[in-house]
Design a protein around this ligand. Sequence first.
Ligand code: NAP
Length: 242
Amino acid sequence: MEQKVALVTGASRGIGRACAEALSKQGFLVAIHYRSQEHLAKEAADQMPGSKIFQADLSSEEQCKELAKKVKEAFGRIDVLVNNAGMSIDQLITFAKPSDFDQILDVNLKSVFNLVKSVSKHMMKQKSGRIINLTSVVGHTGNAGQSMYAASKGAITAFTKSIAADLASFGILANCVAPGFIKTDMTDALPEQAKESILGKVPLKRLGNPDEVAACVCFLASDGASYITGSTLHVNGGMYTN
Ligand code: NAP
């Protein structure tokens, strides 16, 4: 049996890195995507036998296409696509800049569209595949100061339900993993007061770890998840999501 291949975007650090490491431990060959921090991507690759690193700015349609092409050429197949790369610019709506909204949509949402479009072609030929999109609790609940980010993540949820229907007959399953507040560079950047207010909303009274998100991604990539598509797995310490 050929070893399965997983492409993880934004895999040099944070949740993406944890997903890449966990998938590697499950026996996947991992295509580690990074944008700016090559040394971290190389360090990650050293820990994962058979992995390779790929650079791309995913806000560019062209670079998304190139990334999918290069990974297919390097490994000959793509079995799992984890759309993890993402960013946020937080701002009260009144002062939010249209150019910031464009950037958030390009990085968080359009990259998912562009990568799914390219990678699903290969998966269709293989007649199998798993697409796992990282959304956020904030895409379900909303959050003050995060209207642009929440809109991008909420859109991925609707997109994922739709592609799950598009691709089911080709043996391709598509799901979301929606983290709550997880300890990474993204949450380290929050002011102390915001962190305290977040903790107040988490019944488990702590931030999550990237490994706890990665375990859910691994499950959705595994044989055990073969009847799950169009769903969201919430990993948020018990926060209210409706
Ligand atoms: P992070 O530590 O800030 O890392 C973000 C990753 O995205 C980095 O690998 C970065 O690559 C990549 N990235 C950013 N802009 C990019 C671009 N234009 N092109 C390509 N890659 C780009 O984030 P994280 O906390 O691990 O979050 C990972 C995912 O989980 C994101 O989608 C985030 O929205 C979601 N999430 C996180 C939390 C949380 O509490 N941390 C909660 C809910 C959802 P470089 O470092 O190479 O630039």
